[in-house]
Design a protein around this ligand. Structure first.
Ligand code: 4NP
Length: 166
């Protein structure tokens, strides 16, 4: 698949019901705010298939809504074709990145994999986006804080490296 010459980014976590659909929504708003909606194709997926077809976790939706994010993504599993279709594949933690790199069929495909934590600037204690699934409310708020910071920095990097403009 080719996404009509848009720059395509796939966000990946374990279940595709907490972190990666939130990352997709956070990044979509940043892209829209910069008038770049037509330039990007964003999606998310999970390493595991336990929640395929489900909406994001209710707790993630409840915490995202007051910040203005409506999470409507339906969970899906990462598939081999994603490594051909997407320009960039962003894992939320080291385990996601390791799994993605193992799945990549070529060095070129491996080179598409980056870690969201590498773009966190405002939270020096975090170099990954922690799984909130077994955490309380603070875990979900932390995920959103980390994603709002890291998505902004990642978007700057993508725009700069690919000379993307309106
Ligand atoms: P996520 O969180 O990877 O941020 O979507 C999880 C969701 C579900 C499970 C694990 C993590 N699970 O084991 O079902």
């Amino acid at each position: 698949m080719n996404f009509s010459n848009k720059y395509s980014v796939l966000f990946v976590c374990l279940g595709n019901i907490c972190r990666s659909p939130a990352a997709q929504a956070v990044m979509q708003r940043l892209v829209d705010e910069r008038g770049l909606t037509d330039r990007f194709y964003l999606d998310s997926a999970g390493m595991g298939g336990w929640h395929v077809g489900d909406l994001p976790d209710k707790r993630m939706r409840v915490h995202a809504r007051p910040r203005g994010y409506e999470l409507t993504h339906r969970a899906r599993k990462v598939q081999a074709s994603d490594f051909e279709d997407f320009d960039l594949i962003v894992g939320m933690d080291a385990s996601n990145v390791d799994d993605l790199c193992s799945m990549a069929a070529t060095i070129e495909q491996q080179d598409k994999v980056v870690m969201m934590g590498d773009y966190i600037r405002q939270y020096p204690n975090y170099d990954y986006v922690p799984d909130p699934y077994y955490e309380g409310s603070e875990g979900f708020e932390l995920v959103l804080d980390l994603l709002e910071d890291s998505c902004d920095n990642l978007l700057n990097r993508i725009i700069e490296q690919n000379q993307i403009s309106r």
